[in-house]
Design a protein around this ligand. Structure first.
Ligand SMILES: [Zn+2]
Ligand SMILES: [Zn+2]
Length: 134
């Protein structure tokens, strides 16, 4: 499977020759800030199946605690991927083009969701987490 993704302005693009796994959404206060939204929307990717196809020089990284960082487009501000130990760890689902053939399997830390967020019915949600799916 081959997937592509890009930022809002379109200058940074990437390609994944593989599949996304473990799509999840974290509603904790830190992820809300990092994703500028009600929650994160993120899936894992094998680092050797990921490649930047344009605009890599526009990327800026913010590395937080425990060496986990996010890379974003310095022109438009889209957060494109997560990095760990200097390698691609996963991608933000919002920047993936088309249908990545994966759905968010777990909504975690909904116990600390924003007061203004109304959770949809039918989701698999955990007060905290992450916990393995059973
Ligand atoms: Zn951009
Ligand atoms: Zn979180």
């Amino acid at each position: 499977m081959s997937l592509t993704g890009e930022c809002f302005c379109g200058d940074v693009t990437y390609r994944i020759d593989g599949i996304l796994t473990d799509a999840r959404s974290c509603h904790c206060s830190r992820c809300r800030k990092a994703f500028s939204a009600q929650a994160s929307a993120y899936a894992l990717v094998e680092h050797d199946e990921f490649s930047w196809t344009s605009g890599e020089q526009l990327l800026t990284a913010y590395v937080g605690e425990q060496g986990f960082g996010l890379q974003f487009c310095s022109k438009c501000g889209s957060t494109l991927c997560g990095v760990f130990d200097g390698r691609i760890h996963g991608v933000t689902l919002g920047c993936v083009n088309g249908n990545p053939e994966i759905e968010i399997g777990q909504h975690i830390f909904v116990g600390s969701k924003a007061t203004w967020e109304i959770l949809p019915d039918g989701i698999t949600a955990y007060e905290e987490g992450p916990f393995p799916t059973s």
